[in-house]
Design a protein around this ligand. Structure first.
Ligand code: 13P
Ligand code: SF4
Length: 328
């Protein structure tokens, strides 16, 4: 297995909010800058409502990868976390890719340093490695096929029987896939700090309070939550389920940012975020929420922080991503 160079750039300086003219209408400025700079604004469902409303496209990680790959915009402003912006750069290297806050990481990415991942792979010669898109470019470069929560089941089923599968870095998504497909896999022990916190006790309390409610959950949730779900899937599929399934009330076990699109698409339904609003903001992704409208304005104005990847690393990371797109 070739060893791609690690990213050794100094981290970009944090955005300088004091350089913003307080008299500006930032929403207007963002729309103006998008046109002036031939930029496209891609946003994940977990972004602040005002960012989602300004975006040219809001989607899950698979949709966003496809949009990034297809766009002919000069500049891609990626309102999501860094691994998503990196994916955009990997798939469309001639575009400039910026994100509002370079520190917008992901606990799954943090759980899987490339050197440890490489050592793990070396302990399993001959195994195929399916890696969740929530990982660094360096880990992608060491993987055989990337998956998202939208296509993971299909991709697992495409692996010839008898072949050992390594799945990283989300152990809950991995365990869900093992159960769903009956295919044994060796799992990396990472978790998402947001989905990991949903409590079974709160789920039981809410189900008792709203016995008619249907439950939609992201597969990053632990089994103790997933076992109550009427629907398990990616953010886009959760949105589709909650806005189209027969039913009026839905318990939502994923980051609460997605409820904004639910209310826009089907405002006559009730969406209850798990856990309830009891003062704790633990159903918000602290990484996603580092992006703010001020930082979005600055990244469009100054065209930084920019995603820059060594070409050798980009190419190595592109291979398993293209394989994923081909199999999706
Ligand atoms: P989706 O692929 O469903 O958008 O999930 C990405 C993610 O980070 C969920 O926490
Ligand atoms: Fe990562 Fe979890 Fe945030 Fe998704 S919600 S970006 S998996 S920390």
């Amino acid at each position: 297995m070739s060893a791609p160079s690690p990213i050794v750039f100094p981290r970009p300086a944090p955005p300088d909010l004091s350089s913003i003219d307080a008299r500006l209408d930032l929403e207007e400025e963002i729309s103006r800058l998008k046109k002036e700079k031939r930029a496209v604004l891609l946003a994940h469902y977990y972004q602040e409502e005002e960012i989602q409303d300004l975006a040219d496209f809001v989607g899950d990680s698979l949709d966003l990868s496809r949009r990034a790959q297809e766009t002919d915009a000069r500049l891609i402003a990626f309102a999501g976390v860094r691994f998503m912006a990196e994916t955009a750069k990997i798939l469309n290297p001639t575009r400039k890719v910026v994100l509002p806050d370079y520190e917008a990481g992901c606990s799954l990415e943090n759980s899987c340093p490339p050197e440890m991942f490489r050592a793990w792979r070396e302990q399993h010669p001959g195994a195929v490695s399916l890696t969740y898109i929530n990982c660094s470019a360096a880990v992608k470069a060491l993987s055989d096929i990337i998956v998202t929560s939208s296509n993971a089941e299909k991709i697992v089923r495409s692996i010839p029987p008898g072949k050992e599968i390594l799945f990283a870095p989300d152990r809950h998504l991995g365990a869900f896939l093992v159960k769903k497909t009956g295919r044994p896999m060796t799992l990396w022990p990472g978790t998402c700090i947001v989905h990991e916190q949903f409590s079974e006790r709160e789920m039981l309390r809410l189900k008792a309070q709203y016995p008619d409610a249907l439950v939609a959950a992201h597969p990053e949730c632990p089994e103790g939550i997933l076992k109550y779900a009427d629907h398990v899937g990616s953010t886009r599929s959760i949105l589709q389920f909650a806005t189209t399934a027969a039913g009026k009330r839905f318990l939502i076990a994923t980051e609460e940012g997605i409820i904004h699109q639910m209310r826009k698409l089907a405002p006559d339904r009730e969406y209850i975020a798990l856990p309830p609003d009891n003062g704790c903001r633990c159903n918000e992704c602290p990484f996603m929420k580092l992006n703010t409208i001020e930082k979005l304005y600055l990244c469009l104005r100054d065209e930084r922080p920019e995603i820059v990847l060594p070409e050798e690393l980009r190419k190595a990371a592109e291979k398993p991503l293209l394989k994923m797109l081909e199999l999706s």
